[in-house]
Structures are given as C-alpha cells and as structure tokens.
Design a protein around this ligand. Sequence first.
Ligand code: B12
Ligand code: SF4
Length: 432
Amino acid sequence: MSGVRTHDKRLLELGLTLPGFVERSRVVASLPSLGLLYLAACTPAGHELRYFEAESDGAEPIEVYLCDLVAISTFSAQIFEAYAIADRLRRAGVKVAMGGLHVSVLPEEALQHADYVVIGEGENVWPAVVEAAARQADPTIFRASDFEPVEISRLPMPRYDILGDRAYNRYTVQTTRGCPWRCEFCASTVMLRAPYRRRPVDQVARDIAAIEKLHPQAFIEFADDNTFVAKSWGKELCRALMPLNVKWFTETDISAADDEELLDLMYRAGCRQVLIGLESPSAGALSGLEQRADQKARWAPRYAEAVRTIQSHGVAVSACFVLGLDRHTTDVFREIIEFVEEVDPFDVQITLLTPFPGTPLYERLLKEERILQPRAWQLCTLFDVNYRPTRMTPQELREGIYWLGGQLYSDEATRRRRKGFFSQFRNERSPV
Ligand code: B12
Ligand code: SF4
C-alpha cells in the first residue's frame, strides 16, 4: 500500500509548505513492499504472480479482482484500508491472505477480514498458505513458529522483476533482520520475534546487482533496522558493495561512529546517508527507554561528537528525535533546536511517540489509561497524538511539533545544516 499517512490537518498543511517536509515525503511516498517480493520468490511453481499497489486513497486496482489469492502486507496506519480492501475482495469471491507487522500482533482481529493470517516471517509459511487457498481451506491463522525458522543465509532473491515499470524513488534490499536492542516503543522487525541476523554479503550484492540490471542507477534503501551492529561484518559488506558503484541509505545505531575504518569503507561503498534514532538530545529523557542495556541513555553524552565523526567521512546523518517521551517537558523542542544548530546533522526527522500495537509501550500506556483512543490504529502514523504525555498536554505536544517543524524545515535552516555537513566533510578531507 503506497504513500505516507498523517491525519493531523495542520501537519498536512505544513507538509505542503515546508521544503524539508515536501522533499522527504517525495522520497518515501512510494517504495515497493519487500515482504511481498520475498513471498513472490517463495511461491510454489505453477502460479502466475502479479504485484499491485493500492494508492494512498486506499483504492485497489480493478485487476486485483482477477486473482485467485491476494496477499496483503500490513502496517498499522493503513490497516483499516487494508481490511476494507480485503472485505471487498472476499465479497467478490477472491481469497485473501494477510501478514506483516500489524496482523502479526493482532491476528484474531485480522481473521475477521482475511481467509489466512500469518504471524511472523512469511517465507517458510507462504507455500502452505498457497496450498490452503488452492484447496479452498477454511479461514485460519498460520504461525511462522510452527514452520522451519527462516535461514537468513538461504533467502531467495526478492522478485524485483514483477514490479513492472512503475517508477519507484528507491528500491529496498535487506542486509540484516531485526535489532539486538529493545526500545520500549519499537514497532520494527524486532516485533517478528526472531533474533538479530546478518545476511551473507555476496547475497546482498547479488540482490543489488539484480535491481541495477532492471533499473540502472537505482538508489538503494536498506530495509534494515540496524545495519552496522557487527563492525567486521559491516566492513565485509562494504567491500562487497564497492564494485557495484551504487548509492545507498540505511538505518543504524550510533555505534557506527566508533569505527573510523568502517565509516571510510561505508563512504567508499556508496553509503550517502544513515538514519540514526537519537530519540532525545540528552541522556535524562532516555533513561530506561532501551530495555536491554539502557543503551540509548549510555550513548547520549557522545551524540554530538559521534554525528560529527560520521559526517566527517562524507556520510550524512538523518538524526531522528521522538517527541513526547515521559520525561519530556515542553523544553525539549528548544533543546532539539539547540542540538541541531550545534551539530548540523544533514537532515533531521521529528516524530511523535506512538503506541504501536504489540509494543511494551502500548501495553504500559493502556494500563496507565493514557491511550486516548484505544485501537485507533489509523493514528499509528508517527505524526498523530494518541496518548496523554506526562509532562505536557496532547495539545502542547501537537503545537510543539508544528513549531519545531517550522524551525527545522525552513529553507534557511535546511541550507544551514547542509552547509555544516559539507564543511565537516571537507575539513576531514583537506590535507592538514
Ligand atoms: C520500507 C518501509 C516503508 C515503505 C513501505 C513500502 C511498502 N509498501 O512496504 C514506505 C516508505 C512507503 C513506508 C511508509 C510508512 N511506514 Co514504514 N517502514 C519501512 C521499513 C523501513 C522497512 C519495511 C520492510 O521492507 N521490511 C522488510 C520486509 C522483508 O519485512 P516485512 O515487511 O516485515 O515482511 C516480512 C513479514 O512481516 C511477513 N509479511 C509481510 N507482509 C506479508 C503478507 C503476507 C500475506 C504474509 C503471509 C507475510 C507477510 O513476511 C515478510 C518476510 O519475512 C520499516 C522498518 C522495519 N524494519 O520494518 C518501516 C515501518 C514498517 N514503517 C512504519 C510506519 C509507521 C510507516 C508509515 C505509517 C509512516 C507514515 N506516517 O506515513 C507509512 C505507512 C505506509 C503505508 N502505505 O502503509 C512502521 C510501522 C509499524 C507498524 N506496526 O505499523 C515501521 C516499522 C517503522 C517504525 N519503526 O516505526 N514505510
Ligand atoms: S534501536 Fe531502533 S530498531 Fe533497535 S529496538 Fe531501538 S528503535 Fe527498534
């Protein structure tokens, strides 16, 4: 399902006027679903495969009604659109299977709309779903844990070839699955409950080469949660990517800054930007947020230096902040501006604390009776407030993101940061 989602009207309006917002939504407006391309690669022989996008208006293309079985991949923000599509398809006699992050945590909810619901990673389950559909089996829930675990070194090549000629801004490749950390609010692949795994680097290179053959000079986005946890594997990956001469973007934690050889290799291998979840500019608000080792609070005192180190190697940092953590007062908006002006990350991303279903955060806020509209999954956009913060009101939080967005994404602020990035990069490169 294409497109980005926000319901907050003021933010939508701001999105149309602030250059930084517009630029970013253009980039992420549409990416293909890598999960579905993996399923396509795991489909038993003898079936014809087609890939369709339901556009941002939630409408499905008419051709989808010609299918016998439709696989829908789900995130929370679009789940009601997905259910509506599933209901229409089933009324027309088409079988529907659903999987992905949302239905993996709420399978019973999904089973009211789909014939087959899959919990967890889809690759090894999918042939059984296809087989169930072929024999018109009754609606049921499939659990990945009842099948062989997905062997990361034997993932097939995603079927990029079925995407047709739709122009995507970027194409996604996975190099790792999961993340070793456990942030309270995290709704990423970490939710699929498998451990952190790295792919063999030659297979990653194989997948990228396949994309480049179909779409020369395509920009690659790694659909990872945290790529460079293991530094020596990271270096191996970069060495394998160098000959491909591609440009790419990924998400990683701040520890990438600890290894300058890695940073150098990343730049030489085509890494042009990393997105890093700093979450808050200082340690105070971060304490307890990462629940395994309190890692984010431990890293925070080094944030400024780490961002500069990464950027000095030519890799731009998109610094991400989550607004509305329990220890945040309205001072946080100003603190973020101060951090950003001091450090000049190339890009900044601000989102609101979001209680995604299945996360420890959702459970805690529900218990504390702080969720404003329980089960309003359409608000899981990262830009809509659906809980009561502790040290400000929901409205103060909303006003805060409008104000901060205005400050951070103005032409002038964007230009200033970019200038800062290039001067950090140049200083490193010029002979002393
Ligand atoms: C790429 C990406 C996008 C792309 C999505 C392209 C697409 N059509 O899929 C774009 C840029 C469009 C996007 C947009 C948004 N995204 Co996004 N995105 C990601 C990202 C970085 C990677 C997803 C990915 O490709 N994973 C790799 C694949 C292989 O894994 P997978 O999708 O989980 O699939 C596996 C299983 O889930 C399962 N499976 C999946 N689908 C199906 C279907 C069936 C039938 C079966 C059997 C199995 C199955 O099998 C697959 C293989 O094992 C994730 C972060 C993350 N690491 O997950 C965030 C993430 C998914 N996005 C998120 C959000 C919030 C959004 C937006 C709401 C943001 C916004 N305000 O607009 C929108 C919603 C978009 C929409 N239209 O619904 C959240 C979602 C959390 C949640 N519970 O919903 C995540 C987790 C980021 C985060 N940490 O907050 N996003
Ligand atoms: S570091 Fe990022 S991906 Fe890992 S658990 Fe925390 S929020 Fe999730």
